[in-house]
Design a protein around this ligand. Structure first.
Ligand code: FES
Length: 283
């Protein structure tokens, strides 16, 4: 029914294309879905089959179009997570607020599926914690500059957020595209137990402290509390783009994970499709 729906690809708001090439095109829903599970399936089958995302290759247009809701994904490792009984149920802010009450850092995260692609959603009690001393270990968002994999300055998160305020985590929630920028495995939130995933937090966006997203393929770490501008590349076209994302803290991943802006529909979390080009680096 919605097969002809097209998503406009556009660069980061208010910025020139990083290389000026090939950016103003469109992709349709089928192609968009391909950026998610169809390509994820190969990676997961080869190296990570137990994670389970490969099992839900949604038919193109299977969501009926216009379905922006984000659903929990709780198959594979995730079925033992706090949202294990909520598989494919819509995510609500209340779910995360309730879970964060069990956290000393005031955080909660979960794997999800949105519009056919894997995502990770994190809740950070920023609005409550930002006025407290950082030394108390209560997490809050930090808005910073970003550097690409060569160390070149890319820009500041706020440059993007000023142009499109929806990139700001105004509801204390941030959602990222769930494909690792190393080799496209799917990072998770506290699905394994180590010093990077423990319930602790330190400011500054370094690789110390816990509360990281962790990719078990080759141990890349991402800090969901550090929001930055960065750049990445579409592997098919070579076109580079700047994006708002969470910071890569360590491991072989070259850059961080792109944000998918969200909105609340009542209590339900919905993703917005404005920046689909940011999610093409695994194509
Ligand atoms: S694919 Fe994530 S660390 Fe290699």
């Amino acid at each position: 029914m919605d097969m002809a729906r097209e998503y406009e690809l556009k660069p980061a708001p208010g910025l020139d294309d990083a290389d000026g090439a090939g950016m103003h095109t469109t992709i349709n829903r089928r192609q968009f879905l391909r950026y998610g599970f169809n390509t994820a399936a190969g990676v997961l089958t080869a190296s990570l089959g137990m994670l389970g995302f490969a099992a839900i290759l949604l038919p193109p247009g299977g969501g009926g179009g216009g379905d922006l809701a984000v659903n929990f994904w709780a198959k594979g490792r995730e079925d033992e997570a706090w949202y294990g009984a909520k598989h494919l149920q819509p995510m609500t802010k209340s779910d995360f607020v309730a879970e964060a009450a069990n956290s000393s850092t005031g955080t909660a995260g979960a794997s999800g599926v949105w519009n056919g692609v894997p995502v990770v959603v994190m809740y950070v009690e920023h609005s409550r914690n930002a006025g407290t001393p950082e030394s108390n270990g209560k997490a809050r968002f930090q808005f910073t500059e970003g550097y690409d994999e060569t160390g070149k300055y890319v820009g500041h998160f706020e440059d993007l957020a000023e142009v499109d305020p929806r990139l700001m985590p105004s509801d204390d929630l941030v959602m990222v595209f769930g494909r690792c920028t190393h080799l496209c495995c799917i990072p998770g939130w506290q699905l394994v137990s180590n010093s990077f995933t423990e319930d602790s937090w330190t400011p500054g966006g370094g690789d110390d402290g816990g509360t990281k997203l962790f990719c078990i393929c080759h141990s890349s770490r991402f800090d969901p509390t550090v929001l930055e501008m960065n750049s990445n590349r579409n592997r098919s076209t070579g076109a580079t783009f700047k994006y708002a994302g969470i910071r890569r803290a360590g491991g072989p991943a070259p850059v961080g994970l792109p944000i998918i802006p969200i909105q609340l529909n009542g209590d339900t979390i919905e993703g917005l499709t404005d920046y689909v080009d940011w999610y093409t680096f695994c194509d």
